[in-house]
Design a protein around this ligand. Sequence first.
Ligand code: GRG
Length: 298
Amino acid sequence: MNPTDFQAWSRETATRMEAALGDLLPSKSIAPSRLHDAMRYSVLDGGKRVRPMLVFAGGLVSDADPARLAVAAGAVEMIHAYSLVHDDMPCMDDDVLRRGKPTTHVEFDEATALLAGDALQSLAFQLLADNKLSDDPAIQLKMIQLFATACGSRGMAGGQAIDLDAVGKSLTLPELEYMHILKTGALIRASVLMGAHCGRPMQAAELEHLDRYGKCVGLAFQVVDDVLDEESDSTTLGKTAGKDREANKPTYTSLMGLAPAKKFALELLADAHEALKGFDARADRLRQLADFIVHRDR
Ligand code: GRG
């Protein structure tokens, strides 16, 4: 696999996403303009766009139409952005900086940030309902169902609830893993399937393998996030009360140690590759993305 080629593809995908998100989000010239401004502020011009890339890479496996993938990827990124906006608020992690900019509640105000997150979540589902994403309406309904599960109390929001409850407590490794499979993993896992469902109908076995890939990559993403946090001496920047709360949260590095956490991430990467072994070269972007996620430096 050619890393230069992957870098070019990821840059192109990020540029395509920026344009698509700009079009999919309501204009700030439309009322209520402050809310629309806050939604655009929270989504545009920032982030690695890992989840959209997973949607596009999943779609390559099923030869999906890029226009459909842009809508599905836009919906996924809006949910991700909403989760960050709410996560940064004083009632949760209380952070003042995100993606090098003031967090949404700091730039606007708490009520606007809350509403921006709410409206981004609604808009994501509206996009999935308004646009044709599969030739088969039953598959499109399935996409919306799996996505709703990934976002809700049995997915990301549930994982966040478990995470908040864990502050100051000790979790076992299986408990930590369960929390992260929901909090960070569910959306990443759903991204791959959302992309794959935009193309030709997939066999159940293919979907199972893609889901296993997504589960491994979703968990690896969080393990690497913990490793990067541990290794970074800049984590105190832009943090307030959330800093103390976060310091009291169990992480892979605090439970396993740094070297075993790095080894675990590599094991998950090997499992992700194993899950794709029956796929042809059309899964190469998924393979490269798994490598990128595990070997990233931010
Ligand atoms: C508020 C319902 C609700 C959920 C919040 C995902 C989440 C749940 C909170 C984020 C907290 C956090 C920083 C977790 C660590 C892993 C993670 C999801 C990091 C942010 O994702 P990146 O690195 O961010 O993809 P960018 O900015 O690149 O998009």
